[in-house]
Design a protein around this ligand. Structure first.
Ligand code: NPW
Ligand code: K
Length: 489
């Protein structure tokens, strides 16, 4: 895991470090120059783009250093209002070393690489006019681009594109990683991400706003099984859903729960005439909804996959909320919470754990806003959901966010292979299986989301994705990853 920092926190860290006399911009510029030097030759020219703030200052130090290293460098340097002394000295040195100053991008040029130092964490509104055209032009140049701190145009906190954003091959980020690099559009723009703390120690870097989950969470150690294991030790999971035409949804959740290690799994599908067994996974058991809602029968209950919003669904949710079984609420259970205030009130008063797993549209319904508002600040939206519903929340989408208000995680695994039907059902079943095996709500949500994402990554590496990968395969890949990790402990 790696700490993630919002802009305001980074500013505070920077201020303290500068007050302590650390030459941050010099170090950033030298790191950029070194990174570039290792990936280029002295034959072809390098393009450096420097914007009006300190991100541009980093770029100027890098440009000067590259000329020191005998590179031929072209510098496009717009708007110098906020130059620091360090940046001004670097600019003079760059010119003295024979660096070439551009006032606009020439139509034809043969750069081997570009360095994007237009905007960093100080971008505070959508780009317009010449800035917008410049970024769009760079993106069509087919040039390898190194972004300084983050791709210009990307919002550091949210991963939103403000007007247009540089499409980078690499991002060399400074001091701390930013959430915007990993959620929403960030991952599509940042390329390979590197971090240089500029010499700041972990004490200087206290106060992270979230943690990036980019490796198998340590909680898997708790899933190790003793030799004397029997199925009664791994918890019973129930799944309620499957209204008319949607019977497959609880089956997907139930199968995933079995594959991820639940001791036993019962499915209850509400649709009249729903099948009473699963020929592809006959290990699943089926029971009427009332049986699954009896107190103390289960270690975890998934409610929602294909549930529908009929009265019987409302009643099932009401009873589940009244009980003490840890819940994973997905899909229509979330829509019912959004539509029925008494159910939402019941949830907020509930003592036993509940995990809500909305995608952005469901999150928008839960908060009474539109999807764009959720996506504009996914961390903030998650925090609001946690506060309003007093539950652990998984906000799905690129860079899923998991939070219980005390701990907040941004998940780094996942690929477009997971944009296929039934993935939410599978994730809900996986999380329930982990709950049933004794993990807390936040642990189960964090591990479930990471494994689900990794399964999507493996799909891409092994050729079932990004196109045509199915949710059933995700659960199988996740099982393999979990077993490999547990056996390697
Ligand atoms: N502090 C340090 O010592 C260190 C800083 N570091 C580096 O500095 C970066 C942060 O620097 P920064 O704060 O100067 O912000 P930055 O992103 O360069 O841009 C601000 C400028 O952009 C302007 N502007 C904003 N939006 C705009 C828009 N849409 N369109 C047009 N203009 C717009 C804004 O102007 P204004 O809002 O006043 O109009 C202002 O002039 C950070 O990412 C890292 O790379 C590291 O090296 C570590 C040491
Ligand atoms: K940048």
């Amino acid at each position: 895991m790696q700490p993630l920092f919002l802009r305001t926190t980074l500013r505070a860290i920077e201020t303290r470090a500068l007050a302590a006399g650390l030459p941050l911009m010099e170090r950033a510029g030298l790191a950029i120059a070194q990174f570039t030097h290792e990936r280029t030759d002295l034959e072809r020219r390098i393009l450096v783009l420097a914007g009006p703030g300190h991100n541009g200052g980093d770029a100027l130090v890098a440009a000067a250093e590259l000329t020191e290293l005998n590179h031929a460098v072209d510098l496009l340097c717009w708007g110098a209002e906020t130059r620091s002394d360090t940046a001004r000295v670097a600019y003079e040195q760059f010119l003295a070393n024979g660096g070439r100053l551009l006032t606009a991008l020439p139509r034809y040029a043969n750069w081997q690489m570009a360095i994007d130092g237009l905007f960093g964490i100080g971008l505070n509104r959508p780009l317009q006019g010449d800035w917008l055209s410049l970024i769009e032009r760079i993106n069509t140049c087919d040039l390898p681009v190194l972004a300084i701190d983050l791709p210009s145009g990307l919002c550091s906190d949210t991963g939103q594109i403000l007007g247009a954003a540089i499409q980078a091959n690499w991002t060399l980020s400074f001091i701390g990683l930013k959430p915007g690099l990993f959620t929403l559009q960030g991952r599509d723009h940042a390329g390979e991400i590197y971090l240089d703390t500029l010499g700041l120690t972990s004490e200087n870097l206290a106060g992270a706003n979230a943690q990036l989950v980019n490796q198998m969470p340590a909680t898997i150690a708790r899933l190790r099984r003793p030799r004397h294991a029997h199925k009664g030790m791994f918890g019973d999971v129930g799944v309620i859903g499957g209204g008319l035409g949607m019977v497959g949804a609880p089956l997907l959740a139930g199968r995933a729960a079995l594959l991820l290690g639940a001791g036993r799994v019962w499915v209850s599908a509400l649709a009249a005439g729903a099948p009473a067994y699963d020929p592809l996974m006959p290990e699943l058991m089926f029971a009427p909804v009332d049986q699954l809602l009896e107190p103390d029968n289960l270690a975890a209950l998934v409610l929602g996959p294909g549930l529908g919003t009929e009265d019987v669904a409302v009643e099932a949710l009401r009873q589940a909320l009244a009980g003490a079984v840890p819940l994973v609420l997905d899909a229509d259970a979330l829509n019912l919470l959004a539509a029925h205030k008494p159910l939402a009130r019941q949830l907020t008063k509930r003592r036993a754990p509940a995990i809500l797993t909305p995608h952005p549209l469901e999150a928008a319904r839960l908060l009474g806003c539109d999807t764009a508002t959720i996506q504009a600040d996914r961390l903030q939206a998650t925090a609001e959901l946690v506060k309003r519903y007093k539950a652990c929340v998984v906000l799905k989408g690129a860079g899923s966010i998991v939070s219980d208000g005390k701990q907040t995680y941004l998940n780094a695994s996942g690929s477009p292979a997971l944009s296929s039907p039934g993935q939410g059902d599978v994730l809900a079943g996986m999380i329930a299986a982990l709950l049933a095996q004794g993990l807390s709500a936040i642990e189960a949500a964090q591990l479930g989301v990471y494994l689900h994402g990794r399964a999507g990554d493996v799909a891409e590496q092994t050729g079932t994705g990004p196109i045509g990968h199915t949710a059933s395969e995700t659960a199988q890949f996740a099982r393999r990853l979990l077993n490999q990790a547990v056996l390697a402990l």
